[in-house]
Design a protein around this ligand. Structure first.
Ligand code: UDP
Ligand code: MG
Length: 313
């Protein structure tokens, strides 16, 4: 690690040809104005448009401070950030969206918090500029996350964040896959802070997240950080089992003291419910083990870099 770089800015890019020129125009002056040695790492996440050509041109224009990772395919925003994390040279790392929803002008506010001694600074969006559906879906997932994990943050969906290098290195070492970077960073942070940041409408184009991809992402958040879904299932199944066991006892008692009812159908139901419940507990238990195994197994490399544009450090 060359300690000469103070700041690494990490930006995932997926089909952002309409936003990149404006991003370059606004981002670089802010960074030049900081008076710190910096680098910007763009990850081209398998864009199908001209994004990579624009990144190549930007690398040619500012080769000393611009690095570009080119994925061979689309691996998702968090993998794109992860690939950059594995290559950062800076002592502080800032993540940012390419669509200008996170104004680059807010970066100094994040850095001020880092300079004040925090190791991880999360932005939360003031007056969020997203569809009502996205805003409410995000509140719901906030609610679920607060109850199933011990991660405390105002706005896990805001990608404008700053981390000290130690946190980023810990994220990389964790080898986490299918991950949710802000949550992972939080779990390694000893002294997190938050700042309110402006949120703008997407400068151009539409969100890359379809309903399905949003669900997948939030599944990563919940299953990646807790086994609560499995545990609730097992708990529920155990309650069913206990209930069914009582039912079997009652039906057996009636069978003995009152005699056969409805041709023994009730007794049969009692036994059946009990056996089904036992099966459910079994599935839940297997789930527990599969979940634990999954936690260990998922640490494998999941992206491929086709090309790197950078000046050797
Ligand atoms: N992005 C990416 N790969 C993807 C989807 C998105 O690198 O598969 C990038 C995208 O270019 C942008 C950021 O991640 O820089 C956030 O994406 P988007 O604006 O579509 O998400 P939203 O703001 O709607 O959450
Ligand atoms: Mg966006």
């Amino acid at each position: 690690m060359s300690a000469s770089v103070a700041l690494s800015v990490v930006i995932p890019v997926y089909n952002e040809e309409l936003n990149l020129p404006e991003l370059f125009k606004r981002l670089y002056p802010v960074l030049d104005g900081l008076g710190r040695a910096y680098e910007v790492i763009f990850t081209n996440d398998g864009s199908a448009d001209r994004s990579f050509e624009l990144l190549r041109a930007q690398h040619a224009a500012r080769p000393d401070v611009t690095r570009v990772i080119d994925f061979n395919a689309n691996y998702g925003q968090h993998m794109a950030i992860m690939a950059a994390f594995e290559r950062v040279r800076g002592a502080v790392v800032v993540t940012l969206d390419a669509d200008l929803q996170n104004p680059p002008e807010e970066i100094p506010a994040l850095l001020a918090k880092i300079d004040a001694g925090h190791d991880s600074v999360g932005g939360y969006r003031i007056s969020r500029q997203d569809s009502l559906f996205r805003t409410y879906a995000s509140r719901l997932i906030n609610f679920v996350r607060e109850r199933t994990t011990n991660i405390q943050m105002t706005d896990q969906g805001c990608m404008l964040r700053a981390y000290r290098r130690e946190i980023v290195d810990a994220i990389v070492r964790s080898g986490a896959i299918n991950t949710f970077i802000p949550a992972l960073a939080y779990s390694f942070s000893g002294n997190p802070a938050e700042v309110g940041v402006r949120h703008e409408e997407r400068h151009a184009g539409v969100s890359n997240y379809s309903f399905y991809r949003l669900i997948r992402l939030n599944f990563d958040l919940i299953t990646g950080f807790s086994l609560a879904p499995l545990q609730y299932f097992t708990m529920f199944a155990m309650a069913c089992s206990a209930g069914s066991f009582v039912l079997v006892l009652i039906l057996a008692g009636r069978r003995i003291f009152i005699g056969p009812e409805e041709g023994g159908l009730f007794t049969l139901f009692g036994i059946l419910f009990f056996l089904i419940s036992v099966t459910m507990v079994g599935i839940g238990l297997i789930g527990e083990y599969v979940g634990r195994t999954y936690q260990v197994v998922r640490a494998r490399q999941r992206y491929h870099v086709r090309e790197m544009l950078e000046v050797r450090a």
